[in-house]
Design a binder for this molecule. Sequence first.
Ligand code: CA
Length: 341
Amino acid sequence: MASAVLCDVDFDRDGRQTSVLRVPQSHDNAGWGTVEIPIHVVKNGDGPTTLFTGGVHGDEFEGQIAVSRLARELEPEAIRGRVIMIPVVDIPAALASTRLCPVDGKDLNRCFPGDPKGTFCDKLAHFIDSTLLPLVDVSVDVHSGGTGMNTALSTNMHFLGDAPRMARTLAAAEAFGAPYNCVFWSVDEGSTLPSACEARGILSLGTELGGRGSVDVEGVRIGERGLRNILMHVGIMTGEPDTRQVDGAPRGRHMMVPGPGHFVFAPARGIFEPTGVVGDPVEAGAVAGRIHVVEELGREPIELHYPVSGQLWAVQSPGRPRQGDCVVVVMGPYREHGGSA
Ligand code: CA
């Protein structure tokens, strides 16, 4: 079925195009109302197509900045191929600084492959999946931990069954140049943009570039450099990716989160006091944090323990998680065939 989203971009035209996607959104004062989402397309001749997206979650700011800046600066003469940029995909969520879209209460990154007759997020996901993804060779969806998490600065990717695709994706992640590349399994993965990309054979990278509901300055730098590095890596721009790390290392490190055995969930509601910060080395069995049930007089805090040794990838950010929330994720060193989950 045709997309419900209006789009006047000619994806075959050379040059710079800046326009808006119009997602139909009927409201009390306008039955023919639309929500406008800026889209930028820069094309020069034949070559690969990359899709760079930010703001799929509205409370993740680094990607919105990085993709916006590239969209303003990238000139057709500097490239060979096509770059499609949507700096703020879920714009109602971004304007509200929320993860979930305030129009329909949904997480856009749980709505793929979407539905042209569904809600706002369903229609938007369907447009991306059915109209944009068939054009795309490489997708980089720039995320951060948002309000809910703080994360080690990293690219991320899934375990892929196909060995050549896995090798290509690892190489692209290395070229992006974040301090870590985390090969991972996550909760509720089937309906995400990366999964939609993988279903179509597109090389897909995500990122986690900070979080805590604020702007991570180093995350913005790594994100901006990474997007240009990817353009060089796939041959859309000339030059060599700059993957140098602040500690002098020539490139980042591959890590993995092979399954839920690397997660810690809050067993009760309360205030979560983590014992480490992202990037810290951790030991299996050591105290990962405490849940303080402050409303119960004399109650001892509940101690949580690291399930495995490795380094902290993500730590819950708000002081008061809900029971069942993931509060800690530990990444281990990457091993081939490590994806048991
Ligand atoms: Ca996210």
